[in-house]
Design a protein around this ligand. Structure first.
Ligand code: GLA
Length: 409
């Protein structure tokens, strides 16, 4: 077997204990941090996320039949299901992400094969860093490998399948951003995604910057209901604007000028929700231009403006997120900071001058904890690699995995 890193090695004893023999592949899918472009994906707008250096991984071996056996190391439970009977599991919630992507891939005409494996992750759960998208994408990669169909599903389509799993199988109405960046992220780059066409472009991340992520450790209890409410308000805005502007399909088609000209059609709160989306789309494109000329100051200014818009117009910030962003900005090395993800808790992200990250980290520990009386977590990171599958044997490929798959565990 090829040399394994420490985290993967720690998964091996459970594999051997539960399934016997040895695994043949490792599928890895990262979490994400969104640099800018919040609540724009479901409005067919632009987003600019980056893949994290934290991931969910599946150490696995294909099976000959259609049985799936997956053991979640952190939860210490084993699920066992059959690809012919993919049903929602009310007991072991995490398994619905695995079941859901299998279902969504088969919806695309693929016939999958079973796998057996150990699942483990270090993306903080429930913190707005997309641990669920990472789990979906890692499982999808494992299923595709076992079916010898890795190349049959292009990246954007794989992201769509993961989103469909979450929307229709798990029952969460999220957008396309999280699985998309998990699949297509690249080290040292942000990913500009057009959430209408699913075109994307990798944008080099400035070499003299790092990202400091502050986890408020406040769970996002309101997030699901408020998220759906915001989506409905955006849809209402589009409906009302269409009474005069029938060519509009989504807020993506609306400029600030147009919005202002037809403000009379919108209730105040709907107008403000729309104003956030419309200005945020523009900020994403401006951030890309600033990033291309390595203008950290301008990128930071746009991140600050994004946070203000999310706080005041979209109203998805919280006391903890505001406190986190303020603690980050106290240090001169911080160019800008904003909440990242859906909001209401979870994490904020700061753009920081390389070499100054420890000062920002210290400021978070000192000022955030004093103000909120909560001990936060801080992750220092740079844009990392997207999802991948590693064969674990020299010259590894399907013949070897087929032999491995002969076991019936
Ligand atoms: C969550 C969703 C994403 C996106 C963000 C807000 O993370 O999963 O699709 O809508 O919220 O930008």
């Amino acid at each position: 077997m090829i040399p394994l890193d420490r985290r993967t090695r720690a998964m091996l004893p459970d594999f051997v204990r539960l399934f016997g023999g040895e695994p043949t592949y490792l599928a890895i899918a990262p979490g994400r941090v969104n640099l800018i472009g919040e609540h724009t994906d479901y409005n067919e707008g632009f987003v600019l996320p980056a893949a994290l250096d934290r991931d969910v991984r599946v150490l696995f071996r294909p099976r000959r039949d259609r049985r799936v056996r997956l053991y979640a190391l952190e939860f210490d439970n084993l699920v066992d299901f059959h690809l012919d009977r993919l049903e929602y599991d009310g007991q072991i919630f995490w398994s619905n992400y695995a079941r859901g992507v299998a279902w969504a891939l088969e919806q695309r005409g693929l016939r999958l094969r079973g796998v057996e494996g150990v699942v483990s992750g270090n993306v903080p759960r429930g913190s707005g860093l997309s641990s669920s998208a990472a789990l979906e994408v890692a499982c999808a990669k494992a299923f595709l490998t076992a079916a010898d169909a890795l190349l049959a599903v292009p990246g954007p389509e794989l992201a769509r399948a993961a989103q469909q799993a979450e929307n229709e199988f798990v029952g969460v109405r999220c957008g396309i951003m999280d699985p998309f960046i998990s699949v297509l992220g690249q080290a040292g780059h942000g990913l500009l995604i057009d959430c209408r066409s699913l075109d994307y472009r990798r944008v080099p991340f400035p070499s003299e910057a790092v990202l400091v992520i502050g986890n408020t450790k406040v769970s996002r209890s309101l997030a699901a209901s408020a998220y759906n409410e915001r989506r409905a308000q955006c849809e209402e805005g589009v409906r009302r604007l269409r009474s005069r502007l029938p060519h509009i399909r989504s807020l993506r088609d609306v400029s600030l000028q147009v919005l202002e000209a037809h403000r009379d059609l919108l209730p105040e709160v709907v107008y403000r929700r729309c104003r956030h989306v419309v200005t945020e789309n523009a900020r994403v494109l401006e951030t890309v231009r600033a990033m291309e000329r390595q203008d950290l100051e301008e990128m930071g200014r746009l991140m600050d403006a994004s946070h203000a818009s999310l706080r005041d117009d979209y109203q998805v910030s919280s006391q903890a997120l505001d406190a986190m962003v303020e603690a980050m900005r106290r240090e001169a090395g911080c160019h800008g900071a904003r909440l990242t993800g859906a909001g209401f808790g979870g994490c904020a992200v700061a753009l920081v001058q390389a070499g100054r990250e420890k000062e920002v980290q210290e400021s978070i520990y000192r000022h955030y904890s004093r103000r909120m009386r909560i001990w936060p977590e801080v992750y220092i990171t740079a844009p990392s690699q997207g999802a991948r599958v590693l064969p674990l044997w020299e010259g590894g490929g399907l013949p070897r995995s087929r032999r491995g798959g002969a076991r019936s565990g």
